[in-house]
Design a protein around this ligand. Structure first.
Ligand SMILES: [Zn+2]
Ligand SMILES: [Zn+2]
Length: 245
């Protein structure tokens, strides 16, 4: 894995040095064909899910259990997503990609990963027969700081590739504390509830909605977002994430 400073320098020079892998920085000559911004080795590592996962909450589960109605984790909590699709666990290459997507330079990578999610999990997503794709919003202050919302870029490209309508239906009401790093699991559920509201005029009655985020940690954020969509009379809400912690 290339060091952060080397990667930073490269991202500054990316317009001058096209066709390099976002992760290992290898050129096409060194690393082979670049697809969706990644060389073959990094692409394969990012999209290969080595584990079975729960169809309801996408937590890693054992290979031989029966998880059709959920796993111990989602059966014990207030889980309202009808199903969750992931690319893989929050680990290795996929974790590196997600961290890069959150940098101000990460917008293009987030779009590539939307295309990758469509390419690799498009069949599973089509099987959900959703009517609309939306994303987990970030507060405008964070968006201003970062320059983009990686979940919006991801969801937009996923929807475009799957020919599904996309609409960012939710607003983030609270700036809050960065969910991922600073809160305990129980505090995340409290912090997330009430963090979202529906945009005025959003009509969701009877719609099956896919809500997209980059990473799911406890599921508190997606659950709080899904609650608002269900309050707006959506008939079912599914989640799609790049990675599940
Ligand atoms: Zn690579
Ligand atoms: Zn589960």
């Amino acid at each position: 894995m290339a060091s952060l400073w080397r990667r930073g320098l490269w991202h500054l020079a990316e317009l001058l040095l096209p066709n390099r892998c976002w992760l290992c920085l290898g050129s096409e000559q060194e690393a082979g064909p670049i697809r969706f911004g990644l060389c073959t080795v990094c692409y394969t590592a990012a999209v290969t899910d080595p584990h079975a996962c729960c169809p309801r909450c996408a937590t890693t589960v054992g290979k031989y259990g029966d998880y059709a109605t959920g796993c111990p984790q989602c059966r014990s909590g207030p889980w309202i997503l009808s199903g969750t699709i992931r690319l893989g666990p929050y680990d290795g290459c996929l974790r590196q990609i997600i961290l890069l997507m959150k940098t101000p330079q990460g917008e293009a990578l987030a779009e590539w990963m939307g295309a990758v999610l469509a390419e690799e999990r498009g069949g599973a997503i089509r099987n959900l027969s959703v009517d609309l794709v939306t994303c987990v919003p970030i507060h405008w202050k964070r968006r201003w700081h970062r320059g983009h919302n990686q979940a919006d870029r991801l969801a937009r490209m996923l929807a475009r590739r799957l020919h599904l309508p996309y609409n960012p239906r939710l607003l983030r009401r609270r700036h809050g504390i960065a969910q991922e790093e600073q809160l305990s699991a129980s505090a995340r559920w409290t912090n997330a509830s009430g963090a979202f509201s529906l945009r005025p005029g959003a009509t969701l009655k009877g719609k099956r909605i896919l809500i997209v985020d980059d990473v799911m940690t406890t599921g508190a954020t997606l659950t709080a977002a899904a609650q608002q969509l269900l309050k707006g009379r959506a008939s079912a809400v599914y989640g799609a994430v790049l990675a599940r912690a």
